[in-house]
Design a protein around this ligand. Structure first.
Ligand code: DAH
Length: 348
């Protein structure tokens, strides 16, 4: 092919390309167009294949003219391609109109469970006083749950806690006091001990305020000089921390096999401020926890020198405190998966 021939044919190819491009209006057309003018069977590719038959003297110029032609055809294609893309995008935008007045989507935020809030509040309080946190298993030996807590076999005090028996000598622990025995065993007669033990306990109980499973936090302090006055001070501070600084706190004598003397702590009713109402059964007081000075038998049974050392202990119910604090009417709500109930605790 000569340069003159090429110029003529090249013009014709470009012309055809320009003529056809106007009809291209979608992606399919565009692909066909590309094949026809830039593909293997296009005139352009044909010119490249003819390169060999060009007189070597003219080959360089031929090459330059050919690549110019290629640039032009490619430019026609590229311009059309971007027009079509822009058209498709604006069609898509028109279809997907955003209504900015619609309410947005909020991810559903979780909340700290009221039971867990109480655990955190109480553990924070005691960690602040330098207490350690101890743990024990929920399946516990009869020995730790009862015998080591000064509740011998056949003693009527066992009736205070109707426990679930798992096997001979094994129960679901009926109170976190069992962890006292574990802590003392681990400390091997050494003092001081200053621990709290939060955890689940089990009893054969079932009504609006009692469940077969609930939570307790046990406290145990053993040292040379842990006094009853220290116990009263700590419990008073704890109860005011939990229920408000205005609450009056009252201690009554009570009985627990593992403490002597034993007490129970009440706070003035926060519904009627102590005047008496149906909430406090017209007593003006709400019972919160049990406590006392560690019974010398408990010290001895757990390898401690009851002449040298003394201590105090206390135990409180997590669920009961959560129910009182947040006005929860049925303990089962703490264990049910009620999203609406739990949502109330989101903001606090
Ligand atoms: N273990 C008792 C119960 O579950 C609660 C308790 C009372 C624990 C007095 C104590 C205590 O450590 O001193 O009813």
């Amino acid at each position: 092919m000569t340069i003159a021939e090429f110029q003529e044919k090249g013009e014709a190819a470009l012309k055809a390309c320009l003529l056809e491009v106007d009809a291209v209006s979608n992606l399919d057309d565009l692909n066909v167009f590309k094949g026809r003018h830039l593909g293997k069977k296009s005139a352009l590719t044909g010119f490249y294949q003819m390169m060999r038959s060009v007189d070597p003297a003219e080959r360089k110029e031929f090459g330059i003219l050919l690549s110019r032609l290629k640039d032009k055809i490619e430019a026609v294609y590229a311009k059309k391609a971007s027009e079509i893309e822009a058209k498709l995008l604006s069609e898509k935008m028109a279809r997907k109109k955003v209504d900015i007045t619609l309410p947005g989507f909020y991810p559903l935020a979780g909340a700290i469970h009221p039971y867990q809030k109480v655990v955190r509040e109480i553990t924070d309080f005691f960690v602040g006083l330098g207490f350690d946190i101890a743990d024990g298993p929920e399946v516990e030996s009869d020995e730790n749950n009862f015998a080591k807590m000064n509740i011998p076999m056949d003693h009527p005090a066992r009736d205070m806690q109707d426990s679930f028996s798992i096997a001979e000598g094994v129960v679901l622990r009926s109170h976190t006091s069992a962890v006292q025995a574990r802590v003392m065993a681990a400390m091997k007669g050494k003092a001081p001990i200053k621990v709290i033990c939060p955890g689940k306990v089990y009893r054969r109980d079932n009504d609006a305020t009692h469940s077969h499973q609930f939570g307790q936090i046990e406290g145990l302090v053993i040292s040379r000089d842990a006094t009853f006055a220290n116990l009263i001070e700590i419990l008073t501070k704890l109860l005011r921390h939990l229920f408000g600084e205005k609450r009056a706190v009252r201690f009554r004598p009570s009985f627990f096999p593992f403490t002597e003397p034993s007490i129970e702590a009440d706070i003035s009713c926060f519904e009627c401020d102590g005047k008496g109402c149906s909430f406090c059964k017209h007593t003006g007081w709400i019972e919160i926890l049990g406590a006392g000075m560690v019974h010398p038998n408990v010290l001895r049974l757990n390898g401690y020198d009851a002449e040298e050392l003394q201590g105090f202990a206390f135990g409180l119910g997590i669920d009961r405190i959560a129910m009182l604090k947040y006005g929860i009417d049925d303990i089962k709500r703490l264990y049910a998966d009620e999203a609406d109930f739990l949502a109330q605790f989101r903001k606090e």
